[in-house]
Design a protein around this ligand. Structure first.
Ligand code: FRU
Length: 540
């Protein structure tokens, strides 16, 4: 985010207290009544199955972990307004990463001391000594951002603090006597600690964003941290401030080899402007992260490598403590962009998360590619399936006729065969002439998304001023698309997640038709449209 986000805000006078009570409670209990004027906003813009807070402002996902049957998602949250403000950690839980239930606020700011982004770990061996009962203690590590110091123009506004929970993550207590656990070393941007257990070197590792680089710290007890190294000052994209890193070991698909991935969110300077999720692949000796030589070449050629090339996937990080019997590396992002996040046309709440995704590291062309696919649990909510095969057309091929499928909560999978033309353009449209275009330019080898005609765009000059592009590694012979649509968003997974593009849009009427066009012959060998109904009970 730009430093302007942190300009002095309205005086924050609420007396803030740690929350009490232990049970997850239903979101309905804290829903504020939706006013009549907001009814159409709810109908048109509240996603069907992507998480949104009932009211207020949300940005980064924070502190995600799995414990006791629930995936926990915390997030940067300001309940009182739908713009950024005094940051709390909001909280939601899910049994399957698809259907989310909002909970009471997890961590409150103290006056002028905002709770910025961070992570949480399940301290299975009670290394912290913070266990009080039967449950494994859960430790949240976050940045405390001091607005008073910021207003005074001081450098040391950010430090790393911890809070802990002894009821599986539902209520939290700040570790008052021991904070900060990492002091500010005199760096203005010094935030977003991501902690994980490094099983190879038997230590806790913290990676945090220090302005233009990532810093690594190690610990045996989550309370005392030792600086070990830094990475990235001269590597990758540096169009803005590095924020929200993540660091994990992952198996290379189809091999026994493992590599370390450093996710490093950046704002501005993303692949298509504003915020973006870049990453690096390499090795880690317990202290220093070193780029893999093949990946180093790739970064050199491409300048930066991104986990998503759309404009609306930011601050994405992964879940802690996913059981080894599951073994997936699970990711979720904030589906917006600091270029316009505070102007998008919703008023009672702002922002949603991306769909939760499974990350895979794939060895390709002498380097590595971090690929993502939607979590498989989404398939449990398919309520209607339309299948077509061997579709052929000339110029334009209608893929669904008007009204045959609900394009506001759908997964569309299709493959284009025998690619002969320069460009294949998919179009989602409605009777008001609104349309979202995306597709493949096979002459200059890129995927694109064009939302310039997809409803409201005038709330921000930056929102639809350019077509977003994701460059591909050469000419494509065939193309496999999986597309997730949820009222205000499209998530495009190309060739099983090799390239991903995520974008939001704000229609005046829902889309009713879907087609593909090219100069002449078009061949779609398989088309599957799966309508989703996430309000029904999971088949599990
Ligand atoms: C990223 C970010 C983080 C910070 C948080 C504040 O979007 O700027 O770096 O911790 O948002 O809300």
């Amino acid at each position: 985010m730009k430093s302007t986000k942190y300009l002095p805000l309205a005086f924050y006078s609420a007396l803030v207290l740690s929350v009490t009570g232990c049970k997850p409670f239903s979101a309905a209990a804290q829903t504020t009544a939706v006013s009549v004027e907001n009814a159409s906003e709810e109908t048109m813009y509240r996603p069907n199955f992507h998480f949104t807070p009932k009211k207020g402002w949300m940005n980064d996902p924070n502190g995600m972990f799995f414990a006791n049957g629930y995936y926990h998602l915390f997030y940067q949250y300001y309940p009182d307004k739908s713009v950024w403000g005094p940051m709390h950690w909001g909280h939601a839980i899910s049994k399957d990463l698809v259907k989310w239930e909002e909970q009471q606020i997890a961590i409150y700011p103290d006056k002028d001391k905002y709770i910025f982004s961070g992570s949480a770990v399940v301290d299975v061996n009670n290394t912290s000594g913070l266990k009080t009962g039967k449950n494994d203690p859960i430790i949240a590590i976050y940045t405390l951002h001091d607005m008073t110091k910021e207003k005074e123009g001081k450098m040391d506004v950010e430090q790393q603090d911890i809070a802990f929970s002894n009821d599986n993550g539902f209520t939290w207590q700040k570790f008052e006597e021991g904070n900060p656990v990492v002091k500010n070393p005199g760096i203005r941007d010094f935030r977003d600690p991501k902690v994980s257990w490094d099983e190879t070197h038997k230590q806790w590792i913290m990676v945090l964003a220090a302005q233009d680089r990532a810093q690594f710290y190690k610990s045996s007890n989550l309370k005392n941290w030792e600086f070990v190294s830094e990475f990235g000052k001269e590597t990758g994209a540096h169009g803005g401030v590095w924020e929200c890193p993540d660091f994990f070991q992952i198996k290379v698909e189809g091999t026994k080899e493992t590599k370390w991935v450093l996710i490093q969110n950046l704002n501005p300077g993303g692949p298509n402007g504003g915020s973006g999720v870049q990453y690096f692949v390499g090795d880690f000796d317990g202290k220093t992260f070193t780029l893999d030589p093949g990946f180093a070449k790739r970064v050199n050629n491409e300048k930066a490598v991104w986990a998503d090339y759309g404009k609306d996937n930011y601050a994405g990080v992964t879940w802690n403590n996913v059981p080894s019997s599951d073994g997936r590396r699970l990711f979720i992002g904030w589906m917006s962009n600091w270029e316009y996040a505070q102007q998008v046309p919703t008023t009672s709440w702002r922002s949603s998360t991306t769909i939760a995704r499974e990350l895979k590291l794939v060895k390709k062309n002498g380097s590595y590619n971090l690929e993502s696919i939607p979590v498989k649990e989404i398939n449990n909510y398919v309520s209607k399936t339309i299948k077509k095969s061997g579709l052929k057309g000339n110029g334009k091929l209608v893929l669904t006729e008007n009204g045959k499928a609900d394009l506001a909560q759908t997964i569309i999978s299709l493959d284009l065969k025998n690619l002969k033309h320069d460009q294949y353009t998919f179009e989602l449209s409605n009777s008001d002439g609104e349309s979202l275009k995306f597709g493949l330019n096979n002459k200059e080898n890129y995927l694109f998304v064009d939302r310039s005609k997809a409803g409201k765009i005038d709330f921000s000059e930056k929102f639809a001023s350019t077509i977003s592009k994701a460059f591909l590694n050469g000419n494509q012979k065939e193309a496999v698309f999986k597309i997730i649509l949820d009222k205000t968003s499209i998530e495009i997974f190309y060739n099983n997640g090799e390239k991903v593009m995520t974008e939001i849009f704000f229609l005046n009427k829902p889309f009713t038709a879907f087609s593909v066009s090219a100069t002449e012959k078009i061949e779609v060998s398989n088309l599957v449209i799966q309508e989703l109904n996430v309000s029904k009970n999971n088949k599990e």
